[in-house]
Design a binder for this molecule. Structure first.
Ligand code: PLP
Length: 388
C-alpha cells in the first residue's frame, strides 16, 4: 500500500482504501449496468434489482442474518439515527428510556443527546471499567427499567474493544428489550451471528471494510418495526425512501462477500503486523500504557499512551512518514479530550498522550518496520527534549 511519496497508512479505523475488486464492480454498476431498480419496465432496472438482491444476500450471509430486513442507507451514522429515532417516533405517547454504552460513537450519543434535549427520551449510561469493558450487571439493572432500546457496539473505534454482544442479547432478550448493535468497526473482522444472538438492529458501513464511502445498511430483525425519518417515493418499504445508490450497494455487498471468504486469513496477517509494531513500542518504551481490553481487541488496533508527551507533538513529528491519529476521525483535529478515554476515567495525561494506530489488510511487514522506526525515533526525540 505504501508508496515513496505518501505516508504509510495506519488509520484503518478512520477509513479504508477500496479493494480493487470492489471498485471494478462499482464501476460496472455506474457505467454499464446503471439502471434504477425502481423503474420496472426494462432490463436495466431488472439487472439493477438483481444486483441489489445479491448484495442483500452477501450481507445476510456475512452477518448470519438470513430472513432479516436489509435497509440501505448512506452509512452507519444514518443507520444509527434511523434505528434510534425510528424507535422513539414509532410511539410518541411516552418518554422512552434508552441504555447506551458511554463509549459508543457520537452517531449514537449525539442522537440520544438531541432526543433528550427535546424531552423525548432519557438516556441511561451503562457502566464500564478503566479498560472500557461493559459491566453486565449494570445492563441487567437497566433492563429492569422498561427500556425501549439498548445500544452496545460490536467493536470500539478508538480502543478496539470487542463487546460481548451474545451475552448482551441474552440479558436483553430476558426482558424483551430490543438491541441495536453498531457493527461498523466489527463487520468483516469478527464473527457475527445476528440471528443466533437474537439481535434486533445492526448497522454496517462499507468504507470501514474496503468499500466506498456513503454506503451502509441497517439490518432489522424480521418483524421489528421502526418509523421512517424521510418521506419520499416509497422505496425500501417506505422506511428509507429515495432512489437506491446501486453502485454503492453493490460495493457494500462485494465487501461482505470478500470478507466472508478472506477474513480469517487477513486477520492472521493483520494481527502479526500489529503485534510486531506494538512489541517494538513496548520494547523501547516499557512505561507506555496500552488502553482498552487487550484480551478482547480488534486484531489491527493499537491504542497507546506515552505519559508526559502530547499526542499532537508525536503526530506532527511523524506526519511525513506515517498516517495515524489521536482518536475518532470526527473528533481528531479538535483539542477536545476523547469521550471514550474520558468515559474510562483515564487521567488527562494519558488521554492527551494517546495515539490510535490501526493496521489493515494492505499493511505490509515492511510498513510496520518503517512505522516502528519512525515512531520510536520521534518519541525518543520528544522525551529527550523534555529532559534537556
Ligand atoms: N460507528 C462507529 C463505531 C464508527 O467508527 C463510525 C465511523 O467512524 C460510525 C459509526 C459512523 O460511520 P459512517 O462514517 O458510515 O457514518
Amino acid at each position: 500500500m505504501s508508496t515513496d511519496c505518501k505516508p504509510i497508512y495506519l488509520d484503518y479505523h478512520s477509513t479504508t482504501p477500496v479493494d480493487k475488486r470492489v471498485a471494478e464492480k462499482i464501476m460496472q454498476y455506474m457505467i454499464t449496468d446503471f439502471g434504477n431498480p425502481g423503474s420496472v419496465t426494462h432490463s436495466y432496472s431488472q439487472d439493477a434489482q438483481k444486483a441489489i438482491d445479491e448484495a442483500k444476500k452477501n450481507i445476510q450471509n456475512l452477518l448470519n442474518a438470513e430472513s432479516s430486513k436489509v435497509i440501505f442507507t448512506s452509512g452507519a451514522t444514518e443507520s444509527l439515527n434511523l434505528a434510534i429515532i425510528g424507535t422513539v417516533t414509532r410511539d410518541c405517547s411516552k418518554k422512552h428510556k434508552i441504555a447506551v454504552l458511554p463509549v459508543e460513537h457520537k452517531a449514537v450519543l449525539d442522537t440520544c443527546k438531541t432526543l433528550e434535549k427535546k424531552n423525548l427520551i432519557e438516556t441511561i449510561f451503562l457502566d464500564i471499567d478503566s479498560k472500557g469493558r461493559l459491566d453486565l450487571d449494570s445492563l441487567e439493572k437497566a433492563c429492569q427499567q422498561d427500556l425501549s432500546l439498548i445500544c452496545v457496539m460490536m467493536a470500539n473505534n478508538e480502543i478496539g474493544n470487542i463487546y460481548p454482544i451474545k451475552k448482551v442479547c441474552e440479558i436483553a432478550n430476558k426482558y424483551n428489550v430490543p438491541v441495536l448493535c453498531d457493527a461498523t468497526q466489527g463487520t468483516g473482522k469478527v464473527n457475527i451471528e445476528f440471528n443466533n444472538w437474537g439481535l434486533t438492529y445492526m448497522t454496517i458501513s462499507a468504507h470501514k471494510m474496503y468499500g466506498p464511502k456513503g454506503s451502509g445498511a441497517l439490518i432489522i430483525k424480521k418483524g421489528a418495526k421502526l418509523s421512517p425519518m424521510l418521506c419520499g417515493g416509497g422505496q425500501q418499504e417506505g422506511l428509507r425512501p429515495g432512489t437506491l445508490n446501486v453502485s454503492g450497494i453493490v460495493g457494500l455487498g462485494e465487501c461482505c462477500k470478500i470478507a466472508k471468504e478472506e477474513m480469517e486469513e487477513d486477520n492472521k496477517r493483520i494481527k502479526e503486523n500489529r503485534d510486531f509494531l506494538l512489541n517494538k513500542l513496548i520494547e523501547n518504551f516499557p512505561h507506555l500504557i496500552i488502553n482498552g481490553d487487550i484480551e478482547n481487541k480488534l486484531c489491527g488496533n493499537i491504542s497507546v499512551s506515552f505519559p508526559s508527551l502530547q499526542n499532537q507533538d508525536i503526530i506532527s513529528s511523524v506526519r511525513d512518514k506515517i498516517a495515524i491519529s489521536t482518536g475518532s476521525a470526527c473528533s481528531s483535529g479538535f483539542e477536545n479530550a476523547s469521550h471514550v478515554l474520558t468515559a474510562m476515567k483515564l487521567p488527562n495525561d494519558t488521554i492527551f498522550s494517546t495515539l490510535r494506530i490501526c493496521v489493515g489488510k494492505y499493511t505490509t511487514q515492511s510498513d510496520v518496520e518503517k512505522a516502528a522506526e519512525a515512531l520510536i525515533n520521534a518519541i525518543k526525540g520528544l522525551y529527550l527534549k523534555k529532559v534537556s
